[in-house]
Design a protein around this ligand. Sequence first.
Ligand code: GRF
Length: 221
Amino acid sequence: MRLAVLASGRGSNLLAILDAITRGELDAQVVGVFSDKADAPALAHARDAGVEARPLSPRGFASRSEFDEHLFSLVDAVQPDLIVCAGYMRLISDAAVAARIGRMINIHPSLLPEFKGLRTHQQALDAGVRMHGASVHYVTPELDGGPVIAQARVAIEADDDVARLAERVLQREHPLLVATLREISTGRITWESGGVHYGRRPLHAPLQLDDCNRLIQDFPA
Ligand code: GRF
């Protein structure tokens, strides 16, 4: 499976993918890393791994769609089977998304549909929920609104602040993303008829990451 990764920052999810590939835990190849930020550490991680790293500044483009047309022409050129948004912080134009439905996923730090958008850990603390986490979903034009494939749940502790909670969620994001990619690479997870299928059947509720970092269908108690 050829992966193109879009990332704006730190790139720890990209590193998790690259590490899983190196360890032989994911049968995939990262064929390009693309960023709207020239100084994104993600680009340095890509270069260190010998992967093509392409910064592209939105400055100089008249509109979001013009920028996306250019960005995705670079992405298409590496012929990815799947595009992974891993901390890519720019909205993507509807046309660019529509042309790639079922071929682009995103990792988001909340249990979608709860807490879309930014500052999700603060949103969760403000809402007083007891369970938080991360989701991997197919990208559709609705921001953070595409069908959810898989989730990792993280219990909120009484003395949590944003930094502590973000750190624990991030530790679960990495195995969540790798496990989801593995199931896509083996063809267990597919996009069919506008929705997520698992083992060729429509998936009615997101898969859950268990303590052994496997995706299961049973909802944890
Ligand atoms: C992660 O929390 C991801 O869920 C969110 O942005 C963050 C990116 O982290 N979309 P990193 O750049 O992969 O370290």
